[in-house]
Write a protein that binds this ligand. Structure first.
Ligand code: ADP
Ligand code: MG
Length: 322
């Protein structure tokens, strides 16, 4: 069973950034409005997420680290209306199988919290511990029990870049939450709640403020909002390009193409715009279950979405829709 867990873990946990993504998503699902991420040694020795969400009760805390023990999907029909980030109940079990985990959590209706320590998937201790409402999960020494995987990790700067990227995706999707990132004791981001525009600026800098053009379109099933950068400030390197569907970061080359088609004829050769596009759509219109890490997504009717997005982008860029 431990071997099976380790193998399954490989799918979810590829590198420190995968742990960061899963922990941050769980904090979002827990309704936290304040989330802190602490990193040491590019996540190789420590990844810790502290949130003020709903917490995990003493009776549920072990279960949370068992495979497929999700609290988020209760019946098969729920799969068609997924509104939480997680729904497979795999992440914590996978992370715990390949690291040393310390979780401290407290629910609002409990007077004291619980500490759970797991090493390589084995529970080492569970004790009451005084704590604030919410959850703190420390993931230490990732892949300590799989030296081949640990040696395969990239340099600290590469692993750190992946971690920052996961943090930024969550931060852009949730501008209403306070999010902090501390690396080796140095505060990298301290993002206050605000609008999407404020969040973009606090991540990418004040220069971005004058370069953003608003995009907006709405039908009965879909709302498109966000910002495109002016063609004149397109960069020689690939810009910051982000799509979010129902507050979930996604990669979608088809939608990317819709935006790029709207910029056609406006860009200097070999330059790339930035964009931050937020699409909200009835969950019944999408299928998020096509990839285990869920960064890809399929629309029931992607041609309609494509044309709507392209037309909205052309309007934003000052061109009559065709
Ligand atoms: P999933 O998110 O797919 O349900 P996970 O393995 O990521 O599966 O988490 C397992 C369960 O642990 C969740 O369903 C949730 O009940 C609980 N959980 C995990 N992280 C948190 C958190 N930060 N706050 C509250 N509950 C949590
Ligand atoms: Mg999860």
């Amino acid at each position: 069973d431990h071997i099976a867990n380790q193998i399954a873990a490989g799918e979810v946990v590829q590198r420190p950034a995968s742990v960061v993504k899963e922990l941050l998503e769980n904090s979002v699902d827990a309704g936290a409005i304040q989330i802190t991420l602490l990193i040491e040694d590019a996540g190789k020795s420590l990844i810790k997420v502290i949130d003020n969400g709903c917490g995990i009760s003493e009776t549920d805390i072990r279960l949370a680290f068992e495979r497929h023990a999700t609290s988020k999907i209760r019946k098969a029909e729920d799969l068609f209306a997924i509104t939480t980030m997680g729904f497979r109940g795999e992440a914590l079990a996978s992370i715990a199988a390949v690291s040393q985990v310390e979780c401290v959590s407290k629910t609002p209706d409990s007077s004291t919290g619980t500490r759970l320590v797991i090493e390589g998937g084995k529970v080492k201790e569970q004790l009451p511990e005084a704590s604030m409402t919410g959850t703190s999960i420390a993931v230490k020494n990732l892949f300590f029990n799989i030296p081949a995987r640990r040696n395969f990790l990239k340099s600290d700067s590469v692993e750190l870049r992946h971690i920052y990227e996961e943090f930024i995706r969550i931060a852009l999707a949730h501008p209403d939450k306070r999010l902090k990132l501390v690396n080796n004791g140095t505060e990298i981001y301290n993002l206050l709640p605000g609008t999407h525009k404020q969040r973009i600026i606090s991540i990418f800098g004040n220069k971005m403020a004058d370069n953003l053009l608003q995009i907006r379109e709405q039908t009965t099933v879909i709302t498109i909002s966000g910002f495109l950068t002016m063609p004149s400030v397109a960069k020689k390197i690939k810009g910051e390009q982000y799509f979010f569907i129902n507050k979930r970061f996604v990669k979608n080359s088809y939608l990317h193409h819709a935006i790029m088609a709207a910029y056609e004829g406006l860009l200097q050769p070999e330059t790339y715009p930035s964009y931050f596009v937020f699409i909200d759509i009835d969950p019944a219109e999408i299928d998020v279950n096509i990839h285990p890490t869920k960064t890809e997504i399929k629309f029931r009717d992607d041609r309609t979405v494509y044309h709507l997005l392209k037309a909205a982008a052309r309007k934003t860029l000052g061109i009559n829709a065709v």
